[in-house]
Design a protein around this ligand. Structure first.
Ligand code: CMP
Length: 141
């Protein structure tokens, strides 16, 4: 039996500023992801620190959370078979210098900090990240 999986993605402030929302969402749909829920919002520095708490000890944490709270973002709950790994493949490497041709980061990311898109990296982080942005009723599809 095929098992559907859910993942959380964020179109980051740099990609929103560059009018890339439509292009990135088109990539999700063309690659078989179902959009379960979606919203545009701006998070505070504190909210960014909570979301990225796993990186709190890293040297880039302050810059990352400043950037993620610097402007509007679009968050989406996506569903497909193997959604977590497939989304990460579609996004490309975290550092766009290493991203493959045809990936979202190859097209839209500027550097490792301003890298256009985030995607959950495992089932437990997907659960945390989906529940960070969406209430249960919003995902009850
Ligand atoms: P993301 O997938 O959102 O998860 C954590 C983010 O931290 C990552 O994308 C990058 O944008 C950022 N990041 C990871 N490593 C570095 C680094 N060495 N310097 C700056 N930012 C980084």
């Amino acid at each position: 039996m095929k098992t559907l999986q859910r993942t959380l993605t964020i179109i980051k402030p740099d990609a929103v500023r560059r009018n890339a929302i439509g292009d990135i969402i088109e990539q999700f749909e063309k690659n078989g992801f179902r959009i379960l829920a979606m919203k545009m919002l701006q998070i505070s520095k504190h909210q960014a620190e909570q979301f990225y708490a796993v990186h709190a000890s890293r040297s880039f944490f302050n810059g990352l959370t400043d950037f993620m709270s610097s402007g509007p973002i679009v968050v989406l709950a996506l569903e497909k078979e193997n959604a977590i790994a497939d989304l990460r493949k579609l996004m490309g490497a975290t550092n766009p210098a290493n991203a493959e041709e045809g990936t979202i980061r190859k097209k839209w990311a500027t550097n490792i900090e301003h890298n256009a898109i985030h995607g959950s990296d495992a089932e437990d982080t997907a659960r945390f990240e989906l529940s960070f942005f969406f209430a249960g009723y919003e995902l009850a599809k």
